[in-house]
Design a binder for this molecule. Structure first.
Ligand SMILES: [Zn+2]
Ligand SMILES: [Zn+2]
Ligand SMILES: [Zn+2]
Length: 299
């Protein structure tokens, strides 16, 4: 029993939970460091996470106390320790907030967007350092064998990529599998922002996607109620449906890269290796070497 050996002071060892927590922390560190794609100090990080509330009504501008009580802390969404500073500007109509974490600022802006029709926000506009539809996304694959092309084909199903990936190097000058993208999330039919999946499998290669303000979801069934270690679902890796395993699957395969049915990742016409293969087939000379040489000389 673990509890009786020398490790008794350690919490009970749960390898899946440990692993998941470790990955989450690692990527969280990467996401918070990607506010600007430069090395950022602690100060410049929260200086980048600001929102300015502006009172647009005709009446006397409300006090700082009113703003704090009615707009910021009333809904339990924020608490004082999320906020680095809350300052009433000299024009008395504007209030500046700086947040420690971009994720908290995003949650605040999303909450505001959801409540914007309510009376309390009627005469307020918000300006911010972040646009809620635009996020700095961190993608990590546990292999160097997945191409940028394939990652981008996959991401384009869910968002628009605004910048080529930034691929940080470690202290040896070697890439360690992280790609950072600036992306714009798509909206669904109800104009709600669509969230990105938290995990991706391209053939045998597994990856994770993380960005500030991302909803935590179960990797298997995509539910927000529980984490993977509590999941009771079985997922088929062939068709991606729940409720059966691949060896009992009677459905068409779903391509994990482009999302279409009828082929797997390895046979996807859009994958890097298949695009590259077609490219070299096109370039093959149709003539024998000698006549090709004569043609090039114009003979
Ligand atoms: Zn689940
Ligand atoms: Zn299936
Ligand atoms: Zn495909």
């Amino acid at each position: 029993m673990l509890a009786n050996d020398g490790c008794s002071r350690m919490p009970i060892y749960d390898p899946i939970a440990r692993l998941e927590e470790g990955v989450r922390r690692e990527l969280e560190h990467e996401t918070e460091c990607s506010g600007s794609f430069m090395a950022s100090t602690f100060e410049s990080q929260f200086a980048n996470n600001w929102a300015r509330l502006k009172y647009t009504g005709e009446a006397d501008p409300p006090s700082r106390e009113y703003v704090g009580k009615e707009l910021l802390f009333e809904s339990n969404l924020l608490c004082a320790r999320d906020i680095h500073s809350f300052i009433a500007l000299p024009n008395r109509r504007e209030f500046e907030l700086c947040f420690y974490q971009q994720a908290t600022l995003r949650r605040f802006l999303e909450q505001h967007a959801a409540e914007s029709q309510q009376d309390k926000w009627k005469f307020w506009s918000i300006d911010s350092s972040v646009s809620i539809g635009v996020v700095n996304l961190v993608v990590k694959f546990w292999t160097g064998r997945v191409s940028d092309h394939d990652v981008e084909v996959y991401l384009n199903r869910y968002c628009s990529i605004l910048q080529k990936p930034y691929k940080p190097l470690d202290q040896f000058g070697i890439w360690y599998g992280i790609r950072k993208y600036k992306v714009e999330l798509k909206r669904d039919a109800n104009n709600h922002l669509m969230s990105l999946p938290t995990s991706v499998s391209l053939g045998p290669y597994n990856g994770r996607l993380q960005y500030p303000g991302q909803e935590v979801r179960c990797f298997i069934c995509n539910s927000t109620d529980h984490r993977v270690k509590e999941c009771r679902e079985v997922k088929c890796w062939k068709c991606a449906n729940l409720g059966h395993k691949a060896n009992a699957c009677k459905n068409d395969a779903e391509c994990s890269l482009c999302g279409q049915r009828g082929h797997s990742f390895f046979h996807c016409p859009r994958s890097f290796s298949n695009v590259a293969r077609r490219g070299t087939e096109h370039q093959k000379p149709v003539t024998d070497g000698a006549s090709d040489f004569r043609q090039r000389l114009g003979l």
